[in-house]
Ligand binder design. Structure first.
Ligand SMILES: CC(C)(COP(=O)(O)OP(=O)(O)OC[C@H]1O[C@@H](n2cnc3c(N)ncnc32)[C@H](O)[C@@H]1OP(=O)(O)O)[C@@H](O)C(=O)NCCC(=O)NCCS
Length: 154
């Protein structure tokens, strides 16, 4: 279990050196470190609340790739009874371009397929347009939609 991130990154040259598993609530601090390093946290989102909620029910989980007690990549994956979704797709900056992002996305797709889900939607923030090339490389296409939302709680 990864309760905090070791300071030193383990030596690695391949995504295959990492072990895939479901996160638990004890990974919350390490996930927060990873997501901050990946630039995914926002003041208006409570990542600890997000982690607890994603791990609470059968329709969602958080998958991680780990090596020597250090999280290398993560994805929050779930479905709403119709479509699958991923959030917090991230690879530790110390291990970029090794295939971790590809592997964690494959794990999310496998998880959804095992749940009977046949389509995955994901959102990219406008200030992160560059990551589009990553998803396109994985076979994702841009669909013209307007995403609307409303907070149901302050
Ligand atoms: C996106 C991310 C998870 C990719 O992780 P990764 O482990 O480096 O991905 P891979 O090694 O599997 O990448 C394979 C290919 O995808 C493309 N790619 C990867 N990251 C990319 C990025 N940030 N922008 C554009 N293309 C990217 C490249 O073509 C790369 O091939 P290369 O290694 O030969 O250059 C990682 O860059 C990250 O954590 N980014 C910050 C968080 C983020 O933006 N998440 C997505 C939110 S919608």
């Amino acid at each position: 279990m990864t309760e905090k991130r070791p300071e030193t990154a383990p030596e690695t040259s391949s995504a295959e050196d990492f072990t895939l598993r479901d996160a638990t609530i004890r990974d919350a601090a390490a996930l927060d470190v990873l997501w901050q390093a990946a630039g995914l946290t926002r003041p208006f989102n409570d990542s600890h609340q997000d982690i607890g909620f994603a791990l609470a029910g059968p329709a969602s989980t958080i998958l991680v790739l780990e090596r020597e007690d250090r999280l290398g990549a993560s994805v929050m994956v779930g479905h709403d009874g119709h479509r699958g979704a991923v959030y917090y797709v991230s690879a530790d900056p110390a291990f970029r371009h090794l295939g971790l992002g590809t592997r964690i996305m494959q794990a999310a797709e496998d998880w959804l397929s095992a749940q009977g889900v046949w389509k995955l939607n994901l959102m990219i923030r406008p200030d992160n347009e560059g990551v589009r090339a990553f998803y396109e490389m994985l076979g994702y296409e841009v669909e013209e939609r307007i995403v609307m939302s409303r907070r149901l709680k302050d």
